[in-house]
Design a protein around this ligand. Structure first.
Ligand SMILES: N[C@@H](CCC(=O)N[C@@H](CS)C(=O)NCC(=O)O)C(=O)O
Length: 208
């Protein structure tokens, strides 16, 4: 059986849990809890699976470990049919890849920079180096990322165009993380808020 090492409720694990639910694969994996707040992800046994010391990790039946939500999602997409989250045509695949990365860097990872540097984050035993100024910069980048998405979503239903994709999952997780880190979506970003409500109504989201 496939295994997912993660910590339920955290934003990156949520990306894979949403992808699994979208693909109807949730029952095909065994979830293994990694005590991230307790620092288990920094211990040798877990770092042998992911040297980046981060969850989630997908472990295949032959022992191959795949980290990075995008790589895991690509693997799941190749396992089963609709909806295809990473695109079908050359153009769709490239646009989804681009928008995913833009959203990951400009929103989700920017929120993470704020959370881990300018707030207590996961606690002093985990946050052994913090740079407050860099953290505040992350917050600015996250707010700019939200505004960018709001403009985009004025003209298209989903982050990469007409279809729900991996880029929407990344953006949705970015907003989950923003809530957690107490970065409010600016009140005037109505398109982003409407998109969020639309995506939140998908059955895959309530399962994550
Ligand atoms: N780019 C990675 C990010 C993974 C990540 O940062 N996960 C967080 C949990 S949401 C983590 O494990 N953090 C551990 C830490 O900050 O020490 C991915 O796509 O999987």
């Amino acid at each position: 059986m496939l295994k997912i090492y993660d910590f339920k409720g955290f934003p990156n694990p949520a990306r894979v849990r949403i992808a699994l639910a979208e693909k109807g694969l949730t029952d095909k994996v065994k979830f293994v809890n990694v005590d991230v707040p307790g620092g288990e992800h920094r211990q040798a046994a877990f770092m042998a699976k992911n040297p980046s010391a981060a969850v989630p990790v997908l472990e295949l039946e032959d022992g191959t470990c795949i980290s990075e939500c995008t790589a895991i999602t690509e693997y799941l997409d190749n396992l089963s049919g609709e909806p295809v989250l990473t695109g079908k045509t050359a153009k769709d695949r490239a646009v989804i890849h681009m928008m995913q990365r833009r959203t990951e860097a400009g929103l989700l990872d920017a929120v993470a920079t704020y959370f881990h540097n300018a707030t207590p984050g996961l606690g002093s035993h985990i946050e052994i180096y913090q740079n407050r100024e860099w953290g505040e910069k992350g917050r600015d980048r996250a707010l700019a990322g939200m505004r960018y998405l709001d403009n985009l979503l004025a003209d298209q239903p989903y982050v990469a165009g007409k279809q729900f994709s991996m880029a929407d999952i990344t953006a949705f997780a970015g907003l989950i993380f923003a809530d957690f880190a107490k970065i409010d979506i600016p009140a005037d970003l109505s398109h982003l808020k409407a998109w969020r409500a639309r995506v939140a109504a998908r059955p895959s989201i309530s399962q994550a």
